[in-house]
Write a protein that binds this ligand. Structure first.
Ligand code: SAM
Length: 298
């Protein structure tokens, strides 16, 4: 396995400033400030503060993403500017940072350009932002006929398991701990975002509600081919069951994205074990903000 590259040669990681503003904001502003406030405020006051200010923070990052790209891309590169517009549109509905959304969009566009057959699947949908971004490419004019599979409990995260922790009790590079129910997105909200807001075709989307441990094995026969397998379930067991159940469906030239590889210890463990157990010779490319992708060999 080759690690920590920015590209497998098919599509590059997004250039600065497309991915850097949010990363810098998180490192120099969000994490230190939150750590300080968490230490000095009573827990309930801190929770209220976090809940009310996190959307504002996200909007600041989103605006920075737009402005930075407007200044550098608007008159320079029509294709990249179109991508920025798609990413900017879904950001309010996604927990994925700009770099991860950009990498997802590039992967989706690259399989379209190469004519790779198969559906797109996201496992870990939350409120449906990244899922909508995938849908924009899945159903773009000229793309092979595809469905979009959206797997989630639609009840938020399960509890982390023992393989999600390291000795000091950390589960990864998180702004806050992620107890059961975190990252919640209701099925009705995801339908409103994907169908109502982004007007994706209802008859080509499968919303699969339940725990991956049950829904992935139950859907395996129905899913014939995948061109994109996007795994965004944070934890070891959630990631493992997706790889074990669906990797074999990914077509040569198709892309596997693991959103949490560099941010969740359990997701990294599950991927590394799967790659080793199956003797895969893959290049794990970084999206610059915590995720990785690799392309299945032709
Ligand atoms: C980080 S969020 C996904 C973010 C999303 N891709 C976005 O665009 O914002 C993780 C999601 O994975 C789901 N999830 C994690 N493990 C799961 C499991 N074992 N079964 C079902 N859903 C799971 C959670 O419900 C949550 O919605």
């Amino acid at each position: 396995m080759t690690m920590n590259q920015a590209s497998d040669g098919h599509f590059p990681v997004a250039p600065v400033p497309q991915r850097s503003f949010g990363v810098v904001m998180k490192a120099v502003f969000l994490k230190p400030v939150l750590k300080l406030l968490e230490a000095v405020l009573p827990a309930r006051t801190f929770d209220k503060f976090y809940a009310s200010t996190f959307p504002i923070y996200k909007e600041v990052v989103r605006t920075g993403y737009w402005v930075g790209n407007f200044l550098t891309l608007k008159f320079l590169n029509a294709e990249q500017w179109a991508r920025v517009k798609r990413v900017h549109a879904v950001m309010p509905y996604s927990l994925v940072g700009a770099g991860g959304l950009e990498a997802t969009d590039r992967a989706a566009q690259s399989v379209n350009a190469a004519g790779v057959e198969g559906d797109f699947a996201e496992l870990g949908v939350a409120r449906g932002g990244c899922a909508s971004l995938l849908g924009m490419s899945a159903f773009a004019a000229g793309a092979p006929p595809r469905k979009l599979w959206l797997f989630d409990s639609y009840e938020g995260l399960p509890e982390p398991g023992e393989r999600d922790f390291v000795a000091n009790g950390d589960t990864g590079d998180h702004v806050r701990p992620l107890p059961k129910g975190s990252c919640f997105g209701a099925l009705e909200e995801v339908r409103a975002v994907t169908l109502g807001k982004f007007k994706l075709p209802e008859d080509r989307i499968e919303y699969v509600k339940g725990w991956f441990e049950n829904t992935v094995p139950a859907s395996r026969d129905e899913i014939k081919k995948l061109a994109i397998l996007r795994i965004d379930g944070d934890w070891y067991e959630s990631t493992k069951v997706c790889l074990e159940g669906l990797f074999e469906k990914v077509q040569p030239g198709g892309v596997v994205i693991i959103d949490d590889y560099d941010s969740c210890i359990g997701a990294k463990r599950a991927v590394d074990e799967f790659v080793a157990a199956n003797g895969l010779n893959v290049t794990l490319c970084s999206d610059g903000r915590g995720g990785r992708w690799f392309r299945k060999a032709a």
